[in-house]
Structure formats: structure tokens, C-alpha cells
Design a protein around this ligand. Structure first.
Ligand code: ADP
Ligand code: MG
Length: 573
């Protein structure tokens, strides 16, 4: 994992080197200070030579100024390094999210995913900057100060050494506990992100059912869990910090007592005494820093774990190694012995045989939950067949690149997902980069032109989040305009008009008929009246495809179709 982490430094080698060397130099200067003071007290002071003392002070000033500059470089460029790495990771995470399949998203909560790409990576960026540098400098000053202590006075250094195992124990013990706690904390943040996302996204449903209290309760629970996890983290922090403080002060006290004794017995000079006390301070500085490190490291490690987990989720639907871009398709579709199921249970489809001639319209009818949507989802490879195969123009769809396959299939569903932008942006989503004239033409063919003319801002009208400012029929027309613009040879209409009233449905049906012209069309129909004229009607029930034929044929010989028709005729009567 460490190697994987450091791979991210490769493009920023020079920045890292600059930051790192400045930080190390600054650390060395810190180490040199006690030794300089020792020489000052022992050598310069007894001489009572004021010009020399002033010169020494001047030298010190120069060193301080240098250190100021070094600190500025480390603060700015070090953080720049961190954010560069963070940005790169975020880009990769987002890219990866774009490639994961429907199956993956079926089992995820949006809020959790958002947290991974935002909060988690922020922590990783923080460690990317401080991580290697702080660790190195901490070890360097720790060992450096320790070694210097021995050069000043061995017995005092040995007394100080007694504390070292305690320090080592405390940092590993608390570090490990902290990692676990931060990891939990990230999960909690994800949980309440997901909760907010759902409660806000579904606010219309929440209020319509008057379930605000229910949502409040659920949120309060997540919020409280977050709080208690955070409290746990603070408890660990408090314990480790106070332990460190106590260790440092006790050591200083011991050095104070023993040092005084040595000075009075003439075994230690004044300069050595002062220098040693300062060294104890430097020795403990990295340990003091451990409280900071103990916070950022585990956070960063936990964040990086969650990041690599995401990256390691292989997209289960991707281009095969030998996949080629599909040619311009005519749209002759075949399902051969197709089997598919969502989980481990009984497959939704098994042994499905289906042939659709290029340019024909085939309608799927049958009870809800029979597998009509599933059957159609297999064609653009939103889900992968588990047995058998699907071909278009004789080519197995797995042999085509996903992009070239999906570019030739247009889908209009019952619930249209619109983006919070303008009408123009939403239509242009069908083919990015389409010209104004093409967008207007698509809008006209979807009969959106009247609406656009009425609106004061025309195509530039903002339609609200998910298109809340549009009516159901208008949204559906927008979805149709997108497909006109995309102009694919294959079309899937999945209950495109089911949510609409009969009058709107009839109007939109015209646009759909026009859209279907010259394309191979798979229609899932809720109201059978709308598909009587299909070239073929396929009856789907829980056992798969149970019959196929024209309306007239099925009326004669298929009981289920007769029943479905009868029920609807009654409703309409
Ligand atoms: P239809 O479109 O005919 O109403 P579907 O194809 O949507 O039926 O669903 C067929 C079956 O598959 C149903 O039992 C449904 O519960 C199940 N199903 C649909 N989508 C998913 C999914 N994403 N994950 C798991 N099961 C699903
Ligand atoms: Mg369906």
C-alpha cells in the first residue's frame, strides 16, 4: 500500500525534493541551536568580548532569517504538493466512478460515494504533504537530539533514554487505535451524507407524507453516532497528549536535578547544562508533534484505504481486450439462449430466444416484474448476460466497444433524468457539440418548439433540479428531443408514456411513432392499445417469453394476452 501511495509523488518529484530538502535543512538548524547556545555560554560569555557577542547575535539573526524563508517555502510548496496529489486522486476516483456498472450502483448510496471523493481525499492530501516530511524530520530530530545528548553528557543522556520505550509504546498503541477510529468516522460521515442526500433529494416525498419527524429521527441517530465516534477519537487524543506532556516534564525534572548535581560537583559546565536542557526540548518536539501526527496519519491512511478500495472495484462491464468499435449498425437483433438474473436467486430471464429484423418494431407486454425492462437493459450492456449471447447485425455485443454500442442505442424511459441546467443543455446532452440549428430541429420534432416560443428565455430557460419546473409531458418531450438529436439506429422505449394522462400520451405517441421510423425499436408498453400496430408483440411472463405474434394472432391463441387486453378494455369502457 505504501508503494502505491508513493507512486503518486512521481510526477511531482522536483516539488517534493524542494519541499523535503528545505524541511530537512530547517530541522538541522533547530538541532544546531542548543549546541550553539552551549558554545555561547561556555566559550563566548567568559571572554566578556562584546563585539564578538554582537557578532554571534548577528549570525543567529541570519540563521533565523534563513529558517523563516525555509518555513515559507515548506508551507506553500509543501501544501501545493499535497493538493496536486489530492487533485490527481480525485480525478482518478471520478473517472472510475464513471466506468462502474449499474450493478455496482444498485448497491451503493450516493452520499457515501460523494464522501469518498471529497472528504476522504482531502485527508489523504493532507498526509501526502505532511506524511513523509514530518515523519522523516521527526525521526531525524529525535535521533539527532538523542545523539547530541550523548556528546554533551553521557550519564544525563542515559537517564533520558529510559523514557524512549515509553514513547515508542505510546505512539504505536495510540496510533493503531486512532486509525481504527478514524476509519469508523469516515463511514459515519458517509452515512450522514447519504441521509442528507436522500432527505433533501426526496424532500417532496418527505413533506407529502408528513414524515419530517421520521427523517429527523433517522438523521439524529446518524448524527449521534458521528458524535460518539468523534468523542472516542478525542479520548484517545487526550490520553496520548497528556501522557506525552507528562513524560517530557518528568524528564526535564530529572535532568534538572541530576544536572544541578553534576554542575555543583564540577562534572558539567554551565553551557553543557543549558544546552542539554534545550536538547531535551528538541528531543520531545517530535513526540509532541505525535499528537498532530496521530491525528493526520490515521485519517490519511483510512482515507487512502477507502480510495484504493474504490479504485480496486473493477468495472464488471468493460471493453473486452479484442473489442472493436461497432460499424454503423442496421439494427438486426438476436437474443440466443439468453440467461440473466440479478442476484443468486432464480434468474429473471432464462433461455430467451428473440429475433428482430432491422427497422422493425417489437413490443413487449406482460405483467409488471416479468422482466421486460431487464430484457431491454441487456442490449446496451447495462447488465451482462450470464448465458447465451446477444448479437446485432450478427456481431456479439461483447465484441463491440461499449462506447460504440451505446452510441447507437437511444432510450426513453418512464422517469426521465434531467440535469439542473437549461433546456438547451439538456437537449444537447443527446449529442454534445450539436449546433443551435440541430438542437432547434430536434426540439421541433419532439414538439417542444411551442413551449420554447412561449418561454421568455427560450432555450436558455433553467429547468430546475432534475427538471422540477417542467410537466411530465414536457420532460418526456425533452427526452425524445435528445434522442432525435442522437439519431441512433436502435431505440428502446420503456413505458415512455405510462406516467402521462391519456391526452398527453396520445400527443406524445405521435412524436414517438415519428422517432421510431426507420429504426429498430423495442417498445415496452403499459397500455396495449399503443402497440397494436407493432410488427410483432412479445408476451413476457415470469417464465420468460411465453408467446410472440401480431396482435391478431395473439388475440386468437394467447390467453394471457387476451386477459391483459380484456382488463384494459374494461378499464377504458
Ligand atoms: P418489468 O420491466 O417487466 O416490470 P423488471 O425487468 O423491471 O420487470 O424486473 C424483473 C425482476 O427483476 C423483478 O422481480 C425485479 O424485482 C427484479 N429487478 C429489477 N431490477 C433489479 C435490480 N436492479 N436489482 C435486483 N433486482 C432487480
Ligand atoms: Mg419495467
Amino acid at each position: 500500500m505504501l508503494r502505491r501511495f508513493f507512486a503518486y509523488y512521481r510526477p511531482h518529484r522536483r516539488l517534493f525534493l524542494l519541499d523535503f530538502s528545505c524541511a530537512v535543512l530547517s530541522g538541522v538548524l533547530e538541532l544546531a541551536f542548543p549546541i550553539a547556545v552551549k558554545a555561547f555560554v561556555d566559550v563566548l560569555l567568559p571572554r566578556q568580548d562584546w563585539p564578538l557577542i554582537l557578532l554571534a547575535a548577528l549570525g543567529l539573526l541570519v540563521v533565523y532569517l534563513m529558517n523563516t524563508g525555509l518555513m515559507a517555502v515548506v508551507t506553500y510548496w509543501g501544501h501545493a504538493l499535497g493538493i496536486n496529489i489530492e487533485t490527481e486522486m480525485r480525478r482518478k476516483a471520478f473517472d472510475h466512478l464513471q466506468r462502474l456498472s449499474f450493478q455496482f450502483y444498485d448497491n451503493q448510496k450516493t452520499g457515501h460515494l460523494v464522501a469518498r471523493v471529497t472528504k476522504d481525499l482531502e485527508e489523504v492530501g493532507e498526509v501526502a504533504h505532511h506524511g513523509p516530511e514530518d515523519l522523516f524530520i521527526a525521526v531525524m530530530t529525535f535521533l539527532g537530539a538523542f545523539a547530541l545528548m550523548f556528546t554533551v553528557n553521557v550519564p544525563l543522556a542515559l537517564m533520558t533514554a529510559v523514557i524512549v520505550p515509553l514513547i515508542a509504546w505510546a505512539s504505536t498503541h495510540y496510533g493503531a487505535r486512532m486509525t481504527v477510529t478514524w476509519r469508523n468516522l469516515f463511514g459515519r460521515v458517509g452515512a450522514f451524507n447519504a441521509r442528507i442526500e436522500e432527505a433533501v433529494g426526496g424532500i417532496r416525498v418527505v413533506q407529502a407524507f408528513g414524515n419530517e419527524d421520521h427523517e429527523r429521527t433517522l438523521f439524529a441517530r446518524d448524527n449521534a453516532r458521528y458524535r460518539s465516534t468523534k468523542l472516542e477519537a478525542y479520548r484517545i487524543m487526550a490520553a496520548s497528549m497528556s501522557l506525552n506532556y507528562l513524560g517530557m516534564r518528568l524528564t526535564q525534572m530529572v535532568v534538572m536535578l541530576a544536572g544541578s548535581w553534576f554542575v555543583l560537583n564540577g562534572q558539567l559546565t554551565n553551557g553543557e547544562f543549558v544546552g542539554f536542557l534545550l536538547l531535551v526540548g528538541v528531543f520531545f518536539r517530535p513526540v509532541e508533534k505525535i499528537s498532530a501526527v496521530i491525528e493526520t496519519y490515521p485519517k490519511g491512511i483510512a482515507g487512502f484505504r477507502r480510495y484504493t478500495e474504490l479504485l480496486d472495484t473493477r468495472p464488471d462491464i468493460a471493453d473486452a481486450l479484442d473489442a472493436r468499435p461497432a460499424p454503423a449498425l442496421r439494427g438486426e437483433i438476436r437474443y440466443e439462449q439468453v440467461r440473466f438474473g440479478y442476484g443468486t436467486g432464480r434468474p429473471v430471464l432464462d433461455g430467451v430466444e428473440l429475433r428482430i429484423a432491422a427497422g422493425h418494431t417489437v413490443a413487449f407486454v406482460g405483467p409488471s416484474g416479468a422482466g421486460k425492462t431487464t430484457l431491454c437493459s441487456l442490449l446496451p450492456r447495462f447488465y451482462e448476460v450470464q448465458g447465451g449471447r446477444i448479437t446485432i447485425d450478427g456481431i456479439d455485443i461483447r465484441q463491440m466497444t461499449l462506447a460504440s454500442l451505446r452510441a447507437q442505442i437511444g432510450i426513453v424511459q418512464q422517469d426521465v433524468f434531467l440535469f439542473a441546467g437549461t433546456l438547451r443543455e439538456n437537449i444537447a446532452y443527446g449529442r454534445l457539440g450539436a449546433s443551435e440549428a440541430e438542437i432547434l430541429e430536434a426540439a421541433r420534432r419532439a414538439r417542444l418548439d411551442q413551449l420554447i416560443e412561449q418561454l421568455p428565455e427560450g432555450l436558455d430557460t433553467l429547468i430546475g433540479e432534475r427538471g422540477v419546473k417542467l410537466s411530465g409531458g414536457q420532460k418526456q418531450r425533452l427526452a425524445i428531443a435528445r434522442i432525435f438529436l442522437k439519431n441512433p439506429p436502435i431505440l428502446i422505449l420503456d413505458e415512455a408514456t405510462s406516467a402521462l394522462d391519456t391526452e398527453t400520451e396520445r400527443a406524445i405517441q405521435q412524436s414517438l411513432t415519428e422517432l421510431a421510423e426507420g429504426r429498430t425499436t423495442l417498445v415496452i408498453a403499459h397500455r396495449l392499445a399503443t402497440v397494436r400496430n407493432a410488427d410483432r408483440i412479445v408476451v413476457v411472463d415470469r417464465s420468460g417469453i411465453s408467446a410472440q405474434g401480431t396482435h391478431a394472432e395473439l388475440m386468437q391463441r394467447n390467453a394471457l394476452y387476451q386477459r391483459l387486453n380484456g382488463a384494459q378494455a374494461e378499464l377504458l369502457a
